[in-house]
Design a protein around this ligand. Structure first.
Ligand SMILES: NC(=O)c1ccc[n+]([C@@H]2O[C@H](COP(=O)([O-])OP(=O)(O)OC[C@H]3O[C@@H](n4cnc5c(N)ncnc54)[C@H](O)[C@@H]3O)[C@@H](O)[C@H]2O)c1
Length: 358
């Protein structure tokens, strides 16, 4: 068997998150880390410490002109994603972008369009989607083990840093939304978005947020994000017609529990003139915990990025997934401005990713 050539990658942005990408690209057999670029040279130097073969630069052009760089991974603030991604795509590089894909749906759509025109991969790092737990949830939903999804309730609350540039929706909800997009068959396509937010400490932005997403056919998803909770909760409940799944990300002994319990509603005639009534019965079956492999999400994520480039296919979390998340976040802003009423999500209209070149 011939060994696959490692793809060359450069990481742009070596602040808080960039070093995690650097570590995972550097330890992946799929990738050869060629360069790290940051406007702050000392930060870039610190992030590559001990890896003498990796170039450290401040100028993006130095990265883009290298023929041994096949792909660029962007871990800079969201408002800079579009400009960097467009320059990288124009230089013929595949692009991985940290969440959120961009700061506006229009910027994200432009990136998706350019990648499609150039036949290059554009991937969003929706990191949670590559955790063993979320990969298993996706598998369980797709296999029909839960039956029809009836409701989703997601809670992501803790004592968080009040971010200077974004509210709690834009800071935390991208995680929940990208997970919903990943596990719901057909992706996250809500009928509308209703967002209620609160700023009880006078921070000048929402610190507490509640997001309701009707998914059609009476199905509802709800997301609670909060920077002010003294207790940290990372929990998602996916109720199904057959089984209900509970994901408690802070319980390493049993992150996933599947409950073979639920409510059955049977319509039946209740009297002689055929008036219909509903009989409610409860199923009280077993609870089981799916086994999960131990693997760092970012290791799976960088492997998927390489796989999508080599196999000339869209990655699991492609630019369009990033756009769907952005569309909901923007609708969330509009709903907040409209007093929390249900607003529609303007349909993103990106060109499809048809073919990508290695
Ligand atoms: N996937 C996750 O779970 C996760 C977690 C945290 C952050 N993020 C995302 O990662 C991105 C970066 O966040 P962060 O917290 O690391 O930010 P940060 O501010 O800590 O770091 C950003 C770095 O980018 C550099 N930079 C800015 N503009 C640049 C440019 N034009 N060229 C080169 N370097 C530039 C800055 O000097 C800084 O070192 C954001 O999109 C954020 O949402 C993702």
């Amino acid at each position: 068997m011939t060994r696959k050539r490692a793809l060359g990658v450069a990481v742009v942005g070596a602040g808080y998150w960039g070093p995690n990408l650097i570590r995972n690209f550097a330890s992946s057999g799929d990738w050869a880390l060629r360069a790290v670029c940051d406007l702050d040279l000392d930060r870039a130097r610190a992030a590559v410490a001990g890896r003498g073969e990796v170039a450290v630069v401040t100028d993006l052009e130095e990265v883009l002109s290298r023929t041994d760089v096949d792909a660029v991974a962007i871990a800079t603030p969201a408002r800079t994603h579009r400009a960097i991604a467009e320059r990288a795509l124009a230089a013929g590089k595949h692009v991985l972008v940290e969440k959120p894909l961009a700061d506006t749906p229009a910027a994200g759509a432009a990136m998706v369009r350019l990648a499609a025109e150039r036949g290059l991969v554009l991937m969003a790092d929706h990191t949670y989607c590559y955790t063993p737990a979320v990969l298993k949830i996706r598998e369980l939903v797709a296999s029909g083990a839960l039956g029809k999804v009836l409701f989703v309730d997601s809670v992501r609350i803790n004592l968080g840093l009040v971010q200077p540039d974004v509210d709690v929706f834009w800071d935390l909800a991208p995680h929940d939304l990208s997970i919903l997009d990943f596990v719901l068959p057909g992706g996250l396509r809500p009928e509308g978005v209703a967002a209620q937010g609160a700023d009880p400490i006078g921070a000048g932005k929402d610190c507490v947020g509640y997001l309701s997403l009707p998914l059609g056919d009476g199905v509802m998803a709800h997301v609670h994000v909060n920077w002010l909770s003294p207790t940290k909760i990372r929990q998602m409940v996916i109720g199904g017609s057959e089984r209900t799944l509970v994901w408690d990300d802070l319980n390493p002994q049993q992150r996933l529990s599947v409950y073979d319990r639920g409510v059955d509603l049977t319509q039946q005639a209740v009297d002689s003139i055929d008036r219909a009534g509903a009989t409610v019965s409860y199923r009280l079956g077993d609870t089981w915990a799916p086994a999960l492999p131990e693997r760092e999400a970012l290791a799976s994520m960088v492997a998927e990025f390489a796989g999508s480039i080599r196999e000339r296919r869209a990655p699991l979390t492609d630019g369009e997934a990033g756009l769907r998340v952005l569309g909901v976040l923007r609708a969330c802003d509009r709903s907040r401005a409209a007093g929390g009423t249900l607003v529609s999500v303007a349909a993103p209209d990106p060109a499809p990713l048809e073919e990508v070149g290695a």
